[in-house]
Structure formats: C-alpha cells, structure tokens
Design a protein around this ligand. Sequence first.
Ligand code: NAP
Length: 311
Amino acid sequence: MRIFVAGASGVIGRGLLPALVKAGHDVAGTTRSSAKAEQVRLAGAEAVVVDALDREAVVEAVSRFRPDVVIHQLTAIGATDFKKFDESYATTNRLRTEGVDYLVEAAQAAGVRRFIAQSFTGWPNARTGGWVKDEDDPLDQHPAPASVKSLEAIRHTESAVTGAADLEGVVLRYGVLYGPGTAFGPGGEMIETVAKRKMPVVGGGTGVFSFVHVADAAAATVAAVERGRPGIYNIVDDEPAPVTEWLPYLAEAIGAKRPARVPAWLVKPMLGEFGVATMTTTRGSSNAKAKRELDWAPTYPSWKQGFRTLA
Ligand SMILES: NC(=O)c1ccc[n+]([C@@H]2O[C@H](COP(=O)([O-])OP(=O)(O)OC[C@H]3O[C@@H](n4cnc5c(N)ncnc54)[C@H](OP(=O)(O)O)[C@@H]3O)[C@@H](O)[C@H]2O)c1
C-alpha cells in the first residue's frame, strides 16, 4: 500500500517508517526541515518537506503522493509545565485541531481509504470509578483548568477522524511512551529528572499510568494500517501501574536513588492542580481491544521488562 506519514521525523515516525518499508509498503514521510528529510530518505521513504499547518501545501502534498492510507503523527511536545499545561501544548493542540482538519480534507480530496491519527491515553481518562479504562469509558468531564484546551484538542482529533465521511478513521491512543528518543529514554528529560532525584512520589502516588515501548507503538501502528475495524484503540502494555510502584522501580533500574515522597499540598504550588492530579488520580488503560482486533501484542508486556533496557 501507499502510506503518507505526517510527522515522519518524530519519536514514533522514526521507528514507524522503517517498519512500514520492511512490511512492503511505499511510504512518504513529512518534515519541515531538509536535514530531517535526509533521515526520512535513509529510512527508505520519500521525503516531503511541508508545514502541516499550511492547508494548501498539505492538500497538494497528499494529492501528489496518492496514498491509500494517511497517518497523523504530528506533535510538538517540548518541556511540559503542568501549571501552564495548555500553553506548553499550544502548538501540539493546533496540530491536533487545524493539523488534523487539513490532513483529513486532503485525504478525502485524494480518495484515501484509511486515516490513522495519534491520540493519548492516560490523563484524558475520567478520574472516577475503576482505575483501568477501556475505549468505551468516558473522558474526563471535569478537567483541571490548566488542561481544558489540551483535552478539547484530543476530543477534536478523535471525533474528526472517527466521524470523517468516506474514510476508515482509526485513532491510536498511545500510553506514555518510553524507550529510545522519548522523554523516558536514555538521556531523555524524565530519565534525567529521576536520575537527579527530582521526581518525587506525590501524595499516595495513586495515579495509574499505562506505558508502551516506542517500538511496540510503531508495531501497533503498522498493524492498524493493515487490519482492524475503524474506531479508537488504546495502545498500551499489559500492566497499568500506580506511580508508587513504577517510579521507585524506574529509579532502581537506572541506578538512581529512591525517589522522595512528598505530600500533595507541599508541591501543589509548583505542580498546580493538574500536576498533582496527574500523580494521584490518573487512570490507566486496557489494551484488550487492540490485542483482539489489531492482532497486536507488545513485545514488552510490562514496563518492568522495558525499564530494564533504559539504564
Ligand atoms: N504518548 C506519548 O507519551 C508521547 C507522544 C508523542 C510525543 N511524546 C514525547 O514528546 C517529545 C517530543 O516528541 P516528538 O519527537 O514526537 O515531537 P517532535 O519532535 O515535536 O515531532 C513530531 C513530528 O511532528 C512534526 N511537526 C511538528 N510541528 C510541525 C509542523 N508545524 N508542520 C509539520 N510537521 C510538524 C515534526 O516534524 P519536523 O521534522 O518538522 O520537526 C515531527 O515529525 C518526546 O519526549 C516524546 O517522548 C510522547
């Protein structure tokens, strides 16, 4: 098949491109920079230099390649300030609204069959009821004020893709990515923070996280190109776990000191309501649907094995 990957130079795209090429697909991948275009070509794909927020250029680029499948992997996630979360995510939120709309329009105009978009599972989940959610469970109805716009952008991506006329819309809600090139990878921001003992267990550390190794996320995306009914899929490992379990384990795995424990009230001035909620009330996610319908399973079924590779 002919596959157009928007955001080919990002953390998922870098693993996804060679995996798609290896599976026998003809791939085009976008970046804004000519230096990264060379990386795209080295992965065996055609490089397309385009700004995803330039509507006409996007429509033109997709129609020129005539893909069967379009994949949206556009994010611009830098350092995250939990107190100003929406501001930290402002460009990502544009890529998840305008960026999605332009790409969906381009795909429809080019007669594309299937459209796959990156979403996220974890903090968007409702913070009530069971601690592990599936795709039918509602998203947070009462988001902390700092995260309202980011949640709206996620809702926009998901409804625009699954509701698009004449397209098989697939949304992949990746869990927290770890592994090479991610914030939870060697040299990554989170690993450095844990190494410096600057990430404490907040309150009871009861927030439940679902992780996925970046290579497993890429493999799930290849599976979603080739099979699976349209709809939303959680792409996470088999073992959702509370902060109080995974954070000390991660510290030990990378040879760092055991994280401190701090009461929520003490760090709230620094982390804000959303930061504290992330560490205490976040819900994890089930991968049962992805396993069943995409015939995919993570090679790292638990972060316990995966974190051992991060030292
Ligand atoms: N589920 C998760 O946990 C999750 C998901 C995604 C990212 N992250 C984290 O976020 C951090 C950054 O990740 P990343 O590498 O994906 O982000 P990134 O470097 O910001 O890039 C993602 C992709 O989006 C493209 N892009 C961004 N803005 C664009 C625009 N206006 N027009 C066209 N393309 C645009 C980039 O292309 P260019 O080559 O043009 O820059 C790149 O291909 C990492 O720490 C990663 O772990 C986590």
